[in-house]
Design a protein around this ligand. Sequence first.
Ligand code: NAP
Length: 480
Amino acid sequence: MRFVVIGAGMAGVLSGIRLRQAGYEDWTIYEKGDSVGGTWRENTYPGLSCDVPSHIYSYAFEPNPDWSHRFAPGAEIRAYFEGVARKYGVLPQIRFKEEVERLEFRGGRWQIAFKSGRRDEADVVIAATGVLHHPMIPDIEGLESFAGACFPRARWDHSAAVDGKRVGVIGTGSTAIQITSALVPRVRKFSLFQRTPQWIAPQENAAFTEAEKAGFRGDRAGFRKMADELTRNFHETFSNGVVDAKSEQMKNLEAICRANLESSVADPVLREKLRPNYRAACKRLIMSGDFYPAIQQPNAELVTDAIERIEPRGVRTKDGRLHELDVLVLATGFRVDQFLRPMRVLGRDGVDLEDVWKHRPDAYLSISIPNFPNLFMLNGPNGPVGNFSLITIADMQLHYVLQLVEELRAGRGREISASESAMARFSEEFDRAARNTIWATGCKSWYLDSRGVPAVWPFTYQRFTEEMAKPDLAAYDLRG
Ligand code: NAP
């Protein structure tokens, strides 16, 4: 069987490793960029780190005792993925600078066409294309007229000087908060344009000492135990709490965030500007130990007046004030409903994914789409993107996908995809559960789909592990 994996980020590299371990040698990973790392290659903004502890944001089979910090910086994470890809011999099977333009299921196989003109064929396609990938460019009047450097956070322009300059950032998501902490000490004037305040949980990010790293290296079992405890703790205090808005975990989290705001922000006027009017973790929770100190520095300003327009010299707010800037960063998030798109994907009998997903993207257990046989998504629509480590998710999903592929290898059929009835049942149960989650408690966030229903796995971690342990083949249409 021949496999094509799309994307050489965290999940694509993992796919290569797991395919080889399962005994498959005929596979190619296609990557439109020029190196591995996905989001960790694309994002290079100042202050970038991962707010999931690095010891659990690692492949389970490749623990890293050398993380510099509890929450490692982005460049270190990218280097880790590249190192793993090299160590496991994945690099020679990646074709870089090859962007898939079209996937068509024809004659029982996937026909793959690339922007470069290349063509390929595969029995199975694994899409590891990521979620937070296509920057959302805000529709603000005059954006193109800005005379200084202006770019989205995922396309940081390192040729634009920021030291000693006047820098503005639009947005208050996890990204803007990290950029604020990193840039305030470097710039002359920092303006943070806030449309909605965020709850912020405190987070210390100590560097590991050499002695600690040596300890991790010397005691593999103890190291594993620590990572397992971190994982268990994360699931008990967070993952299983967010899916029940009434849970004790969510009440505790809210108390922690409120106490953080009260104790960290001295000026009562600024404190009220920073106080959200919705529940903690309704939007993607932000963790930071240095944002509140940074925004209180004399060279930092939290701008809460709405943006009227962008002018050549800066940002004009509705109160008539012009905030003069040299650099403007758009930390305005991503178009999260794209997944495989803008690829054109044609399934069985020419069914077009664009039509199937015209209202919103959907997939059975976030992996398989009816009538798109032998096409599997990692971190696809409606997955646990907001509640567990994406690496664990992708690995469990691969374990599941490889069991579906085993049906093909064993000759029990040639085409497998979720049945329409299983998809409909899953969607109905999903929607019902989604309404009980913290994400549905009345805020606006990227978790909500076009109907305003949270599009994130609304069940417990336990349920996810059970679902991924063994596919229910009755939910699949296996033919040929
Ligand atoms: P985001 O959370 O979607 O935040 C976008 C921000 O831009 C919001 O504050 C939004 O305001 C604002 N915004 C959007 N359009 C605007 C407009 N026209 N005018 C003014 N403000 C506007 O985006 P993000 O910060 O890039 O983060 C996306 C996700 O990436 C995170 O939620 C997280 O999952 C991931 N991430 C993870 C880490 C990590 O450490 N693991 C770090 C960074 C990002 P409203 O709130 O009013 O809509």
